[in-house]
Design a protein around this ligand. Sequence first.
Ligand SMILES: NC(=O)c1ccc[n+]([C@@H]2O[C@H](COP(=O)([O-])OP(=O)(O)OC[C@H]3O[C@@H](n4cnc5c(N)ncnc54)[C@H](O)[C@@H]3O)[C@@H](O)[C@H]2O)c1
Length: 357
Amino acid sequence: MESQGKAKQEMGKVVNFCIIGTSGIAAVHARCISRNSEAKLVAMVASTAVRADAAEKQYGVAAYDSIDEALQHHDIHACVICTASGQHLEPTLSLLRRGVHVLCEKPLEINVDRASQMIRAADAAGCLLGGVFQNRFSPDFLKLQEAVKANQFGSLLLANAYIKWYRNEDYYATSPWKGTLKGDGGAALINQGIHTIDLLLLLAGEVKSVFAKVKTVMHAIEGEDLGVCILTFKNGMTGVIEGSTALYPGYPERIEVYGTDGSAILEGGRIIEWNFKQSEAMALEVKDGVEGSGASDPMAISDDGHQRQIDDFVAALKEGRLPAVSHISALNALNLIQHIYLSAEQKREVEVKPVQL
Ligand SMILES: NC(=O)c1ccc[n+]([C@@H]2O[C@H](COP(=O)([O-])OP(=O)(O)OC[C@H]3O[C@@H](n4cnc5c(N)ncnc54)[C@H](O)[C@@H]3O)[C@@H](O)[C@H]2O)c1
């Protein structure tokens, strides 16, 4: 794309970053940017002047309460969007219109319509828009994906995703947006489950139809804290998703794939089962422990995935290529989750329609 070539020429040696939103996951992005020798965090944007002051002290960089002001004072090439999920669209549009590249936290937005506006704006501006799905970079997931692609398990018969996580009442009570329809678009599936659902789709392909039930069983929130779905994939295979934030104490998220020639289980980012009828299957070096699951604590995730994601985005900008998590591919799981909510609301199996941009 011509515009990406332009981005490459203008970038120089170091990519100057600004982070929009200064709490929660913003701290992880700040650390990861600081560890990349070709990137520099030059500014942050908070929702209020008081928060901007606090951010300046916490991160040691200039912070503002408006994007305009940050852009006036700094030569900013790229921004990371770390605001509430339902507040990704407006700052992203504002940045893209000014020719600033954007890496946006998951989900791109709370529904496909709002996320599509971001994608159209990025394409119109000739800027990169990447989505954050850091688990896609996990070495064990990549190994599993390679084995599935190489038909090591034969034809897949069943592919499941389980996100049996736990968040205490404080998690929702202390956040003005989490679990709300306007701020989060739902709850357990769209916020927490989306990472594992994204991986399931990369392994198993497109979903033809879904039959779902979602409930709010424990928390005082608008969105669901328990969801169960039966999937029929386009290739005829069956799958199941179970996602929750109500299941104490919270267990590492898990993906299972079963094929005619073998099966594998990825749990907490590590392959814990890897079984083949034939012995010539790909070798696997099994490591202990999980890769840093947020099963019980949202801040327990390790920086590794975000580091790989920032490193990839910086490389994409410098090389004039698309980021590994392109804007379109970041929509897949969001589109499925929207159909899961529709199926639950209509109490029937629904056909999953592809995204129309
Ligand atoms: N990839 C992951 O593993 C991961 C983990 C946690 C959160 N997230 C995502 O990151 C996003 C933020 O989540 P969080 O947990 O950090 O939330 P948070 O509530 O801790 O932080 C959001 C911040 O954005 C600020 N904000 C809101 N609107 C703003 C605006 N217009 N300009 C500047 N600041 C604004 C809020 O004041 C708040 O400080 C969400 O989309 C969430 O889904 C991703």
